[in-house]
Design a binder for this molecule. Structure first.
Ligand code: URA
Length: 242
């Protein structure tokens, strides 16, 4: 990769700034001053320094976790351990959590170091669909389902109308919403005297936990990150950089 991209990705500043650092001779690659900002470096091989301090390359990341029960979507341990406990320290220390899932909710959960991307994914303006599978204490009657879909449910003064509810078994439903309100699914059913006893997020937009067991995670590829950024109106890192 280009030296200026390496330096900028590593948090040294905008591409304009880091190019100046190169031209002023502040940057060395393997001990040799490199003034050409387009010089090619390989992070796992070359040692890059700025004012003789080593620069550690930190690539942007998006991680998809199949969240297990018993972890909080919080950066710190509280009543339960933080979801970040599942990740290696190098990701956990730079992590921005993308929204919240309750401690007893499982399924699709994203973590990134890219705060702008995280904010956009949770911004209702982009209307990312969230699909959940909910096990209820009581059967959901067809009549109640239709009433929820027709009238919606008042949550904190906002009428929330799910995009879809599908009864799979009398007490097991698929429900799609596009808001991200606190305890949204549990509160929707509670209004009708029903309780959610098991909740799994099966989809966020087009993202599912295919091939990931609960507690497992995987890193998004560069193409997957570009696609996600595009969905929320952000250029790829490469385009942003050039
Ligand atoms: N709705 C809930 O009630 N809980 C969650 O974790 C997510 C959506």
């Amino acid at each position: 990769m280009r030296l200026d991209k390496f330096l900028s990705d590593s948090g040294l500043g905008s591409r304009r700034h880091v190019r100046k650092f190169c031209r002023h001779g502040f940057v060395k690659v393997d001990g040799i001053v490199i003034k050409d900002e387009a010089y090619k470096v390989e992070p796992s091989i070359n040692k890059v320094t700025y004012l003789d301090e080593e620069v550690i390359y930190e690539e942007h990341f998006v991680i998809l976790i199949n969240k297990p029960k018993g972890y909080m979507s919080s950066n710190i341990d509280e009543a339960y351990p933080s979801i970040l406990r599942i990740l290696p320290e190098k990701y956990a220390k730079r992590a921005v959590l993308v929204g919240r899932l309750d401690v007893d909710t499982t399924g699709v959960y994203l973590i990134t170091d890219d705060g702008k991307l995280a904010n956009r994914i949770i911004n209702p303006h982009f209307g990312f669909e969230k699909e959940y599978q909910a096990r209820l204490t009581r059967s959901l009657e067809e009549k109640t389902k239709n009433e929820i879909l027709l009238k919606g449910v008042d949550l904190d003064g906002d009428i929330v109308i799910p995009k879809k509810i599908e009864i799979i078994e009398p007490d097991l439903v698929n429900i799609i919403v596009s808001e991200g309100k606190y305890h949204e699914i549990k509160r929707i059913f509670k209004r009708y005297g029903n309780e959610v006893i098991d909740l799994k997020r099966t989809r966020l937009a087009y993202i599912t936990c295919e091939n990931l067991k609960e507690g497992e995670y995987r890193l998004f590829s560069e193409e997957e990150i570009d696609k996600l950024r595009k969905e929320v109106g952000l250029p790829s890192y490469e385009e942003e950089f050039n």
